[in-house]
Design a binder for this molecule. Structure first.
Ligand code: T4K
Length: 370
C-alpha cells in the first residue's frame, strides 16, 4: 500500500495546463490583474454568489486586506479562536492588532458567542471567527454580540469554500470573509486566496489594498501591499473549476463511507452535521474520546502512520500553545476551556480522491482495535 497523506492537491490535466501556458507566454501578460486572473475572479464571484470576490496570492494576504479595510485602531483587540491554523492570529498580529482568544462550543468547535462576550473590552474592534474544518460558526449568536457591542464580524472561511447555509452563500456572512485557495484545499490555485463581502462598495478598496494602493499611474490612494495572483495560478484555478464538483462528490461519498465505519465504534465521533449546510468537503475530522474508546488519539495516529496512513492532528497544538501566544488567556464560560479538553482528541483522516478501499479498510481496522 502506497503511503497516503491527509491532503492531496487536486490538479488539472497537464496537457490543459500547457495550452494555458502557451497563451500566457504568447501574450506576455503574466501578472497584475491579467485576463485569466480577471476571468477567474468573475467566475468565482458567480460560483460563490457574492457581491464582491477579490483574488489574492494566498489566504494570509486576503486576511491582511480584510483586517485592514475597516480602519481598526492600531493595537485594537480582535477576538478569535485558538483552534485554528496559526495564520489566523498571525494575520491579526501582523496587521498591528492584538489577538484575543475565546473558547469554542463543544459540539461545533467554533467560537462560542458566550465565551466571546467574556473577552470583550473597550478596545475590542472585531471578531474574526473561523469556520474550522468547514463547520459553520453560530452566525446569529456572533452577530448578536457584534450588534450589542458595535463590533465588525470577519470570517476565516479557509475551510469553507462553496458552503451554503439554508441556501445562502457563506461568503456573504458577517462584514468580510477570507478563503484560502492553497494546494491543500479542495478548490485550489496552488497558492491563492479570496476575499468576499456582502457590501459591493468594498470591491475597489480590496483591489487597491492588494496592488500597493495604486489607482492609476499618478495616484496612490491607500497603503497597500503586493497580494496579486499571477496568470499561471489563475490558469490552474480556471482548470480546477472544471473538476471541482467531481472531487467534491468523491469526498461526499468518502465522508458517508467513513461515517458508516465510525457509527458503530464507541468513543469516536465525526464532526457535527449541520442541518441546512451544504458542506465544503474540506476535512474529515474525528473526535476520539480515549476514556470511552480505550485508545488515545496519539496511539491511533501513530499506529496509522506506521501503516503509511498519514493523518493530521489539526489543530493541535492550539494557537495558545505556540510561543508567541503562550501567555494569552482563553476566555471561557468554564473553568477548563472546552478547547483544552478536546485538543488531544482531534484527528483528521486522509480526505481526497486518492483514498482507496485499501486505506479505508486499514483505517477501519485500526479504529476498531481496542
Ligand atoms: N486560515 C486557516 C483556518 C487555514 O487553515 C489556513 C491555511 C489559512 C488561514 C491561511 O491560508 P494560506 O495563506 O495558506 O492560503 C497546510 C496549508 O499550507 C495551509 O494552507 C492550511 N491552512 C493548513 C491547514 O494546512 P501544513 O503545514 O499542514 O501543510 P503540509 O505541507 O504539512 O501539507 C499537509 C499534507 O498535504 C502533507 O502531509 C502532504 C500533502 N501535500 C501538501 C502540499 C503542500 C501534498 O501532497 N502536496 C503539496 O504540495 O499547512
Amino acid at each position: 500500500m502506497d503511503p497516503i497523506f491527509v491532503a492531496k492537491p487536486m490538479l488539472p490535466d497537464r496537457r490543459n495546463v500547457h495550452d494555458y501556458i502557451d497563451r500566457i507566454w504568447k501574450s506576455g501578460l503574466v501578472t497584475n490583474e491579467g485576463p485569466l486572473h480577471n476571468e477567474l475572479e468573475n467566475r468565482l464571484k458567480v460560483l460563490l454568489d457574492v457581491p464582491v470576490a477579490k483574488l489574492f496570492c494566498n489566504g494570509m494576504t486576503a486576511m491582511l486586506a480584510g483586517l485592514h479595510v475597516f480602519g481598526f485602531k492600531p493595537g485594537a483587540e480582535i477576538i478569535t479562536t485558538p483552534l485554528t491554523f496559526a495564520a489566523t492570529p498571525h494575520a491579526i498580529a501582523l496587521g498591528g492588532f492584538k489577538p484575543v482568544f475565546a473558547d469554542v462550543a463543544p459540539d461545533t468547535l467554533t467560537l462560542d458567542p458566550e465565551a466571546v462576550e467574556r473577552a470583550i473590552t473597550p478596545n475590542t474592534a472585531a471578531i474574526y471567527a473561523v469556520h474550522v474544518y468547514g463547520t459553520i460558526c453560530d452566525n446569529a449568536g456572533l452577530m448578536a454580540v457584534c450588534r450589542k457591542h458595535g463590533l465588525k464580524l470577519l470570517y476565516d472561511a479557509a475551510h469553507a469554500f462553496g458552503v451554503t447555509v439554508d441556501g445562502a452563500p457563506v461568503g456573504t456572512m458577517g462584514d468580510a470573509t477570507t478563503f484560502s485557495l492553497h494546494a491543500t484545499k479542495l478548490y485550489n490555485t496552488l497558492e491563492g486566496g479570496l476575499l468576499t463581502a456582502p457590501d459591493g462598495d468594498l470591491a475597489q478598496r480590496f483591489r487597491l489594498l492588494r496592488n500597493f494602493g495604486i489607482v492609476d499611474e499618478a495616484t496612490v490612494s491607500d497603503i497597500g501591499f503586493n497580494g496579486k495572483m499571477s496568470e499561471v495560478h489563475a490558469a490552474i484555478g480556471l482548470l480546477n473549476l472544471d473538476i471541482y464538483e467531481t472531487e467534491r462528490t468523491f469526498r461526499r461519498n468518502l465522508r458517508a463511507n467513513y461515517d458508516s465505519i465510525v457509527s458503530d465504534i464507541d468513543g469516536v465521533r465525526p464532526q457535527v452535521k449541520q442541518p441546512g449546510v451544504v458542506s465544503s468537503e474540506q476535512y474529515y475530522l474525528l473526535v476520539i474520546d480515549e476514556k470511552v474508546h480505550g485508545r488515545s488519539r496519539e496511539d491511533i495516529y501513530n499506529a496509522l502512520k506506521e501503516r503509511g496512513i498519514h493523518t493530521r492532528r489539526y489543530f493541535w497544538p492550539i494557537c495558545t500553545d505556540f510561543e508567541p501566544y503562550k501567555d494569552y488567556p482563553i476566555y471561557s464560560t468554564r473553568n477548563r476551556p472546552v478547547v483544552e479538553a478536546v485538543k488531544n482528541s482531534l484527528l483528521c483522516l486522509p480526505f481526497h480522491s486518492g483514498v482507496q478501499d485499501v486505506h479505508i479498510n486499514a483505517i477501519a481496522e485500526e479504529l476498531r482495535r481496542r
